[in-house]
Design a protein around this ligand. Structure first.
Ligand code: IPD
Ligand code: CA
Ligand code: CA
Length: 292
């Protein structure tokens, strides 16, 4: 739970996320120029990402001068105490945003630093704001999760076969990523898999029951910190693909669910890793039958 000196921080973060979301929405309506972060990567960035991060960082520094900040667009501030750290994704869903596809959000997660033997911090507050739907997701450790002020819960779906699941594909090193095999298998064993393009919203939607589960490879703490707390506080579960505890500071794999389908998801993933999978239909076979 949040200490007395940070009480009210969810409300303050929510106000900042609303302001940043409104700023992003103005850029979205006007249209923005797209830039590439690296030479060989399809990792997009726009002036809206940078303007949103600047606004968020200014506000956080004013309200919480002793907190550290790690922002996707390069912010690294260090207060000296290192007790609290904000993870900032100023615009999650940049590729959608740059193409005029209205699925993006602002995500702010607050972590309390590791103590003693523990190498991982504890997430204590999270806020995700979707300005296109005016939906504000908030969570505070031990106090539940909310959507626009009303409590939310994960879904009650009991089996993977009856589930709607979400995933995402990395923009960096995409040639090296095997997620298409997982996509194929989970598609064949569920009601379907969605790739909406904003990891923080995928987690927020899992928290409020729109999705029953979600997985992704290679994310960063700014993508996941707020969403993880939302899922946990809404009664769900977040782990690595093998069921091991999720580690916010080394977030290579994330699997989130309503808890009820978690075991089944882990078992299905283990089978995919063991190559016990349905063969992908071959293009050659399809072409042969196409006009017959
Ligand atoms: C991306 C989105 C996307 C996920 C990517 C992330 P960004 O974040 O969350 O859904 O699949 O891997 O990098 O770059 O739009 O903030
Ligand atoms: Ca981003
Ligand atoms: Ca992101």
């Amino acid at each position: 739970m949040i200490s007395p000196e940070n009480s009210g921080c969810v409300e303050q973060a929510a106000e900042i996320a609303r302001e940043a979301g409104a700023l992003a929405l103005r850029y979205f309506k006007r249209g923005v120029k797209t830039e590439y972060k690296g030479q060989d990567e399809v990792d997009l960035v726009t002036e809206a990402d940078r303007a949103s991060e600047k606004l968020i960082v200014e506000r956080l520094r004013t309200i919480f001068p002793s907190h550290d900040i790690v922002g996707e667009e390069g912010t690294r501030t260090s207060s000296g105490t290192g007790e609290y750290r904000w993870y900032v994704d100023p615009l999650d869903g940049t590729t959608n945003f740059a193409h005029g596809f209205p699925v993006f959000c602002v995500s702010l997660g607050l972590e309390r630093a590791p103590s003693g033997e523990d190498k991982q911090g504890q997430l204590i507050a999270g806020v995700i704001y979707d300005p296109t739907r005016d939906e504000l997701f908030t969570a505070e450790r031990g106090r539940g999760a909310n959507l626009n002020g009303a409590p939310i819960r994960v879904s009650r779906t009991k089996t993977l076969g009856e589930s709607l699941i979400a995933t995402g594909f990395p923009s960096k090193k995409r040639h090296e990523n095997p997620n298409i095999h997982f996509y194929q298998e989970i598609t064949l064993h569920s009601h379907g898999v969605r790739r909406a393009g904003a990891a923080a919203l995928d987690l927020a939607y899992t928290a409020c029951g729109r999705f029953d589960g979600y997985w992704e490879f290679n994310l960063n703490p700014w993508d996941t910190s707020a969403g993880i707390l939302l899922v946990e506080e809404a009664g769900g579960k977040v782990t690595q693909f093998n069921g091991a505890p999720f580690e916010i500071r080394t977030p290579r794999e994330i699997m989130a669910s309503n808890g009820l389908i978690h075991r089944e998801l882990i078992e299905r993933f283990a089978r995919i890793f063991a190559r016990e999978v349905d063969e992908l239909p071959s293009v050659a076979e399809y072409v042969k039958q196409r006009y017959s």
